[in-house]
Write a protein that binds this ligand. Structure first.
Ligand code: FMN
Length: 338
């Protein structure tokens, strides 16, 4: 354990309506990744809040089975936001209400998704190009529920149109209670580096709690992102791939100035097994194994002979065999050097 000098970039609890986010270190919504098994695990390690995969509001109100599964919460995942996307104010309101009734603590609205299918349907980051319509969606959603509604967006559509500060102000006026900004434009997709300092203009435009997101993968990133953006908290996505403990490490660092070591390989093994079993239970063994493969790849990345291990896991359709492969792989690793 290593203790650093405390800086001014410490995190403090955030109030969102009647809720208190004790540690504003949030797991980012990621389709295909932040399902219930992963959210529970990240929460168990100590995340301040977790967010569901993006839920299409139309599918939600049609009560599609897969969509309902994505929006289902567990009692032990702590503060949990369901993220909804769509472009029809009434439908967004209805979807928000359904999720409130199903136990969501917070409704998060997606104005950030850059994917063509979503944008062509005038949802996700496409809404950043139409501030009047965006306001209608925000108002309708806030009006439909009692729980707090938050907003996640990008810096803007492209370099010439970085209107996140204006939209954040609009969001505040519409009753939104927290804003998260991914420091890229829609046209950047995932290219280049997230621009944390660009959030300063958002900070200055409104008084709501502000969360900085994009490319936060270690303690230095966490500290620098807060310092450059002036945000109140951080949101971590891809950095938590295969490292559900990362958010707790970030909390320890930002709260107490303590760098906690990553878990031993033994603990990593038991964490992966717990995650693997949870995926099999949640999806059934066939779909569970298919979804588990990418997580197994992330946990084992960089470990000795991990590519052979991944190839073997990818080659089997038998969950029990995959379990054995996981066991043998971790058992064969040399002890971790602290
Ligand atoms: C596989 C994947 C799926 C994602 N799905 C969503 C989503 O459903 N909703 C959303 O708002 N953002 C989504 N994002 C964006 C992330 O929430 C986050 O803004 C982005 O990855 C940048 O943060 P990071 O560098 O910490 O990953 C997704 C990103 C990835 C990589």
């Amino acid at each position: 354990m290593h203790k650093k000098l405390l800086t001014s970039h410490q995190i403090k609890p955030i109030r969102i309506g009647a809720l208190t986010l004790e540690n504003p270190v949030i797991l980012a919504p990621m389709s295909g990744v932040t399902d219930l098994p992963f959210r529970r695990l990240v929460k168990k390690f100590g995340a301040g809040m977790v967010v569901s995969e993006m839920i299409a509001s139309q599918a939600m109100i049609r009560e599609c089975r897969k969509t309902m599964q994505m929006a289902t919460r567990a009692p032990d995942e702590g503060l949990m936001a369901v993220q909804i996307a769509g472009c029809e104010p009434d439908v967004m309101g209805e979807a928000a209400k359904l999720n409130e009734d199903r136990g969501a603590d917070i409704i998060d609205i997606n104005f950030g998704c850059p994917v063509r299918k979503v944008v062509n349907g005038h949802a996700g980051s496409a809404l950043m190009r139409d501030e009047i319509h965006a306001a209608r969606i925000l108002e309708a959603t806030v009006k439909a529920v009692k729980v707090p509604v938050t907003l996640k967006m990008r810096l803007g559509w492209n370099h010439e149109n970085k209107n996140a500060p204006r939209l954040a102000k609009i969001a505040e006026e519409c009753g939104i209670q927290m804003v998260t900004v991914h420091g890229r434009t829609r046209c950047q997709m995932y290219e280049g580096q997230a621009d944390w300092s660009a959030l300063r203009a958002v900070r200055d435009a409104m008084k709501l709690p502000l969360i900085v997101n994009g490319d936060i993968c270690d303690m230095n990133d966490a500290e620098q992102a807060l310092e450059e953006s002036g945000a109140d908290g951080i949101m971590i996505g891809r950095g938590a791939y295969g490292r559900p403990w990362l958010l707790q490490q970030a909390i320890d660092y930002l709260r107490n100035g303590v760098t906690t070591a990553s878990p031993t390989l033994d603990r990593q093994y038991t964490t992966l097994l717990e995650h693997f079993d949870a995926m099999l239970t949640h999806y059934g063994s066939h779909a569970g194994l298919r979804i588990a493969r990418k997580h197994i790849g992330w946990y084992s990345k960089g470990l000795t002979r991990s590519s052979e291990f991944r190839a073997a896991v990818n080659a089997t359709d038998d969950a029990e065999k995959a379990r054995e492969l996981i066991h043998h792989f971790y058992a064969s690793l040399p002890e971790q050097v602290a």
